[in-house]
Design a protein around this ligand. Structure first.
Ligand SMILES: *Cc1c(COP(=O)(O)O)cnc(C)c1O
Length: 495
């Protein structure tokens, strides 16, 4: 399977090269030239298999320059019981007869980013060998909290890689910060940036596009790469769990082969819900893809009107991993819906860069509306949903998951669609304990460990072992810089 850029379909490369590059030099996203198809026999063949085998079989359809044994080995490393607190890896929880939850936060950092970031470093490491690369990959990450920790956890001590993470000084939760500044590993670095996530992100983007820095780094034996969800190596492992969820519903008899299910996904950069779209395009019986946003409702407006307009206030919310105004992965969806029209995509993305907005064609809007339903949930709605789920269903969910639940209910009211719906739970409630406790009417502690204790005392819900283990951990990093200083941080890190 070859890969090409959403902005230039003439450029072709193997998957190892695509994983290594992360982003195409023309600014486009690297995307498979065809979407492999699965049939009922393929799905049936996965039902009795464990998650690791499902992952190797699904990923093998796209990564044809990796062997099945290689991929199975990676999956065993990524999703074993030393990393995940359940052998199911991505377990389903039945909420009622037509509502199920796909829990994706049982990995080492208690957020769904682990599902991909336990896999990506292994794909990248193998890609360096396959392409004969001698330089060291330097992964630069801007994070609103979850990606940074999950990426460090995945890349810690991986040979021929180094990873530097920038996070907004006042933009991450107490637990997230504790997780990051205590990260172990000889090849990791962490730095706070004065400002919000956009400041950290634009700093990283500036370094990426600076040719002088690139050349300097090349001289020292480094090249820059990305672990953000624009990398195909992050999207693909996410396709697996949608297919796996379907297999689990078959296994428990909650659905019969061929029955459609809807997926409702709390969305920021559009990576997770794009993976659901690929699963559907591969032939998985999926009905609607419900795109749930928080108060940053740029995607809701887009799915309803076809106008993508980032010229709007940026809201800092209790679901910070979804506080995003530019959902990068949307570009892959538009590319697919336009019939791989790279020229059209260039037009849209130029308009986005220069005017902050673009409007898609009527044809694309019609397909968007056919496949997706978009809704958003404000802070009140988020908090009310957490309280409601806990009090009435005994299910403690985090703020991001609550946005999904709230929007799923809006969808049901608006459409009367009774199709079985799976909503995606992207983080453990312990990661966002302050807001979850507020939603339950408590006054949250400020210290990260005290918060965890407080939540456990109130709810009795098991604390993820890796979060409990933060208690004794020493702070390893306490660097904090202005945005303009980020280049220096990278230079020093790569001495
Ligand atoms: C990253 C993240 C999201 C958003 O996922 P995207 O792929 O960026 O749309 C939602 N919830 C949590 C907890 C996250 O960490």
């Amino acid at each position: 399977m070859k890969y090409y850029s959403t902005r230039d379909t003439a450029l072709r490369m193997e998957s190892a090269e695509a994983v290594k590059m992360g982003l195409s030099r023309d600014g486009g996203l690297l995307t498979p030239v065809a979407i492999p198809q699965i049939d009922e026999a393929f799905i049936t063949g996965l039902v009795q298999e464990n998650y690791q085998v499902r992952a190797a079989k699904v990923m093998g359809l796209y990564l044809t320059d990796y062997s099945y044994d290689e991929l199975l080995g990676f999956a065993n490393n990524a999703y074993g019981t030393d990393k995940y607190d359940t052998t199911a890896v991505a377990p389903m929880r039945k909420v009622d007869d037509n509502t199920h939850c796909l829990e994706l936060w049982h990995g080492p950092t208690s957020a769904f980013k682990d599902m991909a970031l336990q896999m990506l470093p292994q794909l990248l490491s193998a890609a360096l060998k396959k392409t004969g690369e001698t330089k060291t990959a330097c992964i630069l990450v801007a994070t609103s909290g979850d990606t940074g920790k999950a990426a460090m956890e995945g890349f810690a001590n991986v040979p021929q890689t180094k990873i530097m993470v920038f996070y907004p000084q006042d933009g991450v939760s107490a637990v997230q910060e504790k997780q990051m500044v205590t990260q172990e590993g000889d090849n990791v670095g962490v730095c706070a940036v004065v400002g919000n996530f956009d400041d950290a992100q634009s700093g990283v983007k500036r370094i990426f596009s600076d040719e002088t820095i690139r050349e300097e780094l090349a001289g020292k034996g480094y090249f820059l790469s990305s672990a953000n969800s624009i990398n195909w190596g992050r999207i693909l492992p996410q396709v697996v769990y949608y297919i796996s969820a379907y297999c689990d519903l078959l296994k428990t008899g909650d659905i019969a082969m061929g029955d459609k299910v809807n997926f409702c996904v709390p969305t920021g950069n559009f990576g997770d819900i794009l993976a659901a779209y690929y699963a559907k395009r591969m032939g998985l019986p999926v009905g609607k893809l419900i795109c749930a946003s928080n108060k940053n409702d740029v995607l809701t407006e887009f799915l309803n009107t076809g106008v993508y307009n980032r010229n709007r206030p940026f809201h800092t919310t209790s679901s910070p991993s979804m506080d995003i105004l530019i959902s990068s992965n949307l570009e892959r969806l538009l590319f697919d819906l336009s019939g791989e029209d790279d020229a059209l995509i260039r037009t849209y993305m130029t308009a986005l860069a220069t005017e902050g907005k673009y409007t898609v064609s009527d044809g694309i809007l019609a397909s968007l509306k056919d496949q997706y339903w978009g809704g958003y949930c404000d802070e009140d709605g988020t908090f009310t949903t957490i309280a409601d789920y806990y009090k009435n269903r005994g299910y403690l969910i985090d703020t991001h998951t609550a946005v999904a639940v709230n929007v799923m209910e809006q969808y049901r009211k608006a459409t009367n669609d009774e199709t079985i719906t799976v909503f995606v739970s992207t983080a453990s409630p312990y990661k966002f304990g302050d807001n979850v406790l507020s939603a339950l009417g408590e006054t949250p502690e400020t210290d990260s460990m005290a918060l965890i204790d407080q939540m456990y005392a109130l709810t009795g819900v098991a604390v993820p072992a890796r979060l409990a283990a933060l208690r004794g951990k020493e702070r390893r990093f306490d660097l904090s810089v202005e945005k303009a200083e980020m280049d220096n941080v990278v230079h020093n890190f790569l001495q």
